[in-house]
Write a protein that binds this ligand. Structure first.
Ligand SMILES: [Zn+2]
Length: 410
């Protein structure tokens, strides 16, 4: 395959230093910005990157990026994309002050999404449309969790269909341990079924590279988390977990003890756990849109970042607690409500998210040897995560090939 030489890059934001620091304690200089930059790619990988004046003579197709800003593509490391239906009616019920119990009695809550997902014959087009919406915002690697099937047929089907989504690179995560389906009388009985029946089938068919579990009071326990992580490891799968979202349930410690990829939510994490997290290689994935929608407090991002933890941000896109795919909204919440700086937010969506997905050796920054995945901005990097609803990405490139061109909005 011929070489491609990308030229006419006003500001080339490489995040090289951020990657060198493994995404910890990010400062402005870690964006590693090169003025008038150039990138050479071959077979989808970067073979040279630097200032145009230093570019060696190479023969290849020249591509002008229009004198704009270029930065590493973002990674979306926590989504519940595999669902049908919506919960808009329930949103109105909640605003009228109805309790979760009353909503469940009216047929709302996660059970309603499970029912719609099991009955849907449109799951793949729905997922594809949502994936496209992420790509247009500069995402080239997208995590998709199952978890709205909660039985063999629909859990496996969700993961199979996730593998058929085209455009971004897909990381599939098996979240059978999301909630108790109506057919089971107890959460423990269902968990044993996930462990003994569903997980081995997922592994055998290679339908996921990771497992996930919702560790929370009234849902799954930290001890069940530890058992799931061990079982996953024995089958060659990595793990992530929903922890300390609504209450302190010990999921962080269980996750760190098993050195899982990431611990996600962390609203109720203790000071002691922040210290342990900061000295680990497990990424803290913060999901402020769900805290916003639930009108809860936000995770203590400042304490985690200052202690030296690796931090990623994600939409947590799901129909119940975070029905938004808007990256600009997440970034603005992180800056306003969690006191994260712009370089920290940029690192969270790139280096941090790549580490959360175990892909930091090939993605998350623009460096020789890594995948040539980047976004071209219609403006300065400072315009990102500033205006809610305005995310100035003009084109998106994966493995050196353009996968999306956006119309200029205003
Ligand atoms: Zn989630």
């Amino acid at each position: 395959m011929a070489k491609t030489v990308f030229l006419n890059i006003d500001e080339l934001v490489t995040m090289k230093a951020a990657s060198g620091k493994a995404g910890r304690r990010i400062v402005e200089q870690d964006l590693s910005i090169i003025s008038d930059g150039a990138v050479v790619a071959e077979n989808g990988k970067i073979t040279w990157i630097g200032a145009r004046k230093d570019l060696p003579s190479v023969s290849g197709d020249e591509v002008s990026l229009g004198g704009q800003t270029v930065l590493p593509a973002f990674l979306e490391c926590h989504t519940h994309l595999a669902f049908a239906g919506d919960r808009s009616e329930e949103f109105e019920w909640r605003m009228r002050g109805m309790s979760y119990q009353e909503i469940a009695t009216k047929g709302g809550g996660i059970v309603s999404t499970v029912k719609a997902t099991r009955e849907s014959s449109e799951l793949l087009p729905l997922m594809q449309k949502r994936a496209d919406r992420f790509v247009e915002q500069g995402i080239t690697t997208l995590e998709i969790k199952s978890g709205y099937g909660l039985n063999e047929e629909t859990e496996l089907k969700s993961l199979r269909l996730a593998g058929q989504v085209v455009g971004p690179r897909i990381v599939r995560t098996f979240l059978g341990a999301h909630s108790k389906p109506p057919e089971f009388s107890s959460i423990n009985e269902y968990f044993e079924y996930v462990l003994a029946v569903l997980l081995p089938k997922v592994a055998k068919e290679k339908l996921a590279e990771r497992v996930d579990i919702f560790i929370e009071k009234g849902f799954f326990s930290a001890e069940q988390g530890s058992r799931l992580f061990a079982a996953a490891k024995s089958l060659g799968l990595r793990a992530t977990a929903h922890v300390e979202q609504l209450s302190h349930s010990g999921g962080t410690s269980a996750g760190l003890a098993s050195a899982i990829d990431s611990v996600d939510h962390l609203v109720e994490i203790s000071d002691e756990e922040i210290e342990k997290l900061a000295s680990s290689t497990t990424t803290a994935v913060l999901l402020p849109a769900s805290d916003f929608y639930l009108r809860m407090k936000y995770p203590r991002a400042r304490a985690m970042i200052d202690a030296g933890a690796i931090v990623a941000l994600s939409t947590d896109y799901n129909p119940g607690t975070s029905p938004t795919q808007d990256l600009s909204f997440i970034g603005v919440l992180a800056r306003l409500e969690m006191k994260m700086t712009l370089p920290e937010v940029l690192a969270a969506w790139t280096v941090g998210a790549s580490t959360a997905l175990g892909k930091q050796s090939v993605l998350g920054s623009l460096e020789t040897g890594k995948s040539c995945d980047f976004s071209v901005l219609d403006g300065h990097v400072r315009e990102l995560f500033y205006s809610v609803g305005h995310h100035p990405v003009s084109s998106v490139w994966k493995d050196g090939i353009k996968i999306k061109t956006n119309q200029k909005k205003f």
